[in-house]
Design a protein around this ligand. Structure first.
Ligand SMILES: Cc1cc2nc3c(=O)[nH]c(=O)nc-3n(C[C@H](O)[C@H](O)[C@H](O)COP(=O)(O)O)c2cc1C
Ligand code: SF4
Ligand code: SF4
Length: 449
């Protein structure tokens, strides 16, 4: 059986499944329960000068029957006294010496950073995570994402931390920035041992249409919160990928965070270069027990592929993430419908007709309208296969013979790209487009009445 244990920037853990710094890591009780359930590490709810929180605190996006597809919070760092947290860190480490306990920290001055680092290391923390991400409350006080958005300040604080830290330092980045590589590089230049991302995205999940206040409501008002959960995973994955490919940050270990719920999510983060993952929202939704599915699934995946350790497949997807200009313009796929699976819902027809390239027709068979692909019009965009509610009913099939390979970069180098507005090299030339007047239904006048 595959070995799931990891050594992440010097922090050892029995597996890569860590709890992110958040309500599930608010206390020693919760972390002990999580380790008992199978989690390999936990980043303690951020420690600092304790705060006072508001009530209520959370909002969510429920999408088409799925609850908490996106999750929003206006909670701050821990509101518990430091001494209580330190005592509990010590106790957890006594019971679980081989599990990773990481202290997440957020304070202001250099002296405060030095003091809290010593306190946490004395309590037995295996590593430190610097929270430069909170996009509400703490940033108004010059901490959290206020630091994450200022690479120079971030670098200075990492340097302060490294002056005294004897355990590995993980710098947790805010995604509320247009170019994630900038704070990532600043952390690495400042001497961080690892990076973790993402923290939450600045957000408003909705407005109460009676009170006109944003959710979550606090006495008739609200504030922007931090967005997380399954909805953010694609954006987080790309940020992780950017850091894993950047010349300055790529050799620094990355702990991936954002929307992780299943073993597949875990594998995707590892394939894009992560050495550990952290989970918050899905644990808040379903509890610590979800780690069992993650562990079984990861084991199965590794056994199926013949991987013995996490390192064997870490970053394996990175060579396949290219810039658009380096993709093969000669690759050609078209949609194919499996008539035996089709239930005749016509979603594909509507999507292609109104939202794509008018490449699906409807034929009459035994009084039923049956969709068929007009292959000459199909550009292979995937839309119909994405909207089709029947799994594997519409598949994309390859039509090029694989002998030709030309990229935009190569065409540019050969002066073979459109350069004027009406250029004969435009990709859409020769592609079928119906006459505009064909859009009008029978009998309708020009103005639509
Ligand atoms: C209610 C709540 C409180 C959080 N508190 C913290 C915190 O104290 N420190 C921190 O670094 N991140 C905090 N986070 C962010 C999470 O650690 C994590 O980065 C984010 O939720 C993305 O992961 P997810 O999609 O699995 O939830 C919090 C998130 C939530 C939902
Ligand atoms: S792949 Fe795109 S263009 Fe082709 S049939 Fe489907 S929706 Fe239409
Ligand atoms: S969307 Fe799928 S099931 Fe519905 S008509 Fe098209 S092919 Fe058939």
């Amino acid at each position: 059986m595959a070995d799931l244990s990891i050594n992440f920037a010097g922090i050892k853990a029995p597996n890569p499944f860590w709890l992110a710094s958040a309500p599930p890591t608010n206390s020693g009780y919760q972390i002990m329960k999580a380790f008992d359930a199978g989690w390999g590490g936990a980043v303690w709810k951020t420690l600092g000068v304790p705060v006072v929180n508001v009530s209520s605190r959370y909002g969510s996006i429920n999408y088409r029957g799925a609850r908490m597809a996106g999750f929003n919070n206006i909670e701050l760092i821990t509101d518990r006294p430091l001494a209580d947290n330190l005592r509990e860190i010590e106790e957890v480490k006594k019971y679980f010496p081989d599990h990773a306990v990481i202290a997440s920290l957020m304070v202001e001055s250099r002296a405060e950073w030095h003091q809290i680092i010593k306190d946490c290391e004395n309590a037995g923390a295996d590593g430190l995570e610097l929270n430069f991400g909170c996009p509400h409350g703490m940033c108004e006080r010059g901490m959290g994402s206020a630091v994450g958005q200022e690479p120079e300040v971030l670098k200075t604080i990492v340097e302060w931390v490294k002056e005294v830290a004897t355990t590995p330092v993980i710098t947790k980045l805010s995604p509320n920035i247009s170019h994630i590589v900038d704070p990532g590089r600043a952390g690495v230049i400042g001497g961080t041992d690892a990076l973790s991302l993402v923290n939450t995205f600045k957000s408003i999940v909705g407005i109460n249409l009676d009170t006109y206040a944003p959710y979550p409501e606090v006495d008739g008002a609200g504030s922007n919160g931090g967005y997380c959960g399954p909805a953010i995973k694609p954006i987080a994955l790309n940020m992780v990928r950017e850091l894993a490919q950047d010349a300055i940050t790529r050799n620094t270990p990355i702990s991936g965070i954002g929307g992780i719920e299943t073993w597949r999510d875990v594998v995707e983060y590892i394939l894009l270069g992560c050495g550990s993952v952290q989970v918050c929202t899905s644990v808040m939704h379903y509890g610590f027990g979800i780690v069992r599915e993650m562990e079984a699934g990861l084991h199965q995946f590794m056994d199926d592929k013949g991987y013995k350790t996490i390192e064997d497949f870490k970053g394996k997807a990175l060579p396949n993430v290219k810039e658009w200009k380096d993709l093969n313009l000669k690759h050609k796929v078209v949609a194919e419908i499996n008539d035996d699976k089709c239930i005749g819902c016509e979603l594909c027809y509507i999507a292609c007709e109104d939202g794509a390239h008018q490449a699906i027709g409807l034929s009459e068979v035994d009084g039923n309208r049956v969709p068929y692909i007009i292959e000459d019009n199909c550009v292979g965009c995937n839309l119909c296969s994405l909207v089709c509610p029947v799994e594997e009913c519409i598949t994309m099939v390859k039509r090029d013979d694989g002998t030709e390979h030309v990229t935009w970069a190569e065409r540019t180098a050969n002066n073979n790209i459109p350069t004027t507005f009406n250029d004969k090299l435009a990709g859409g030339i020769g592609h079928y487009v119906p006459e505009p007047s064909l859009a009008l239904k029978n009998g309708r006048s020009k103005n639509g009445r």
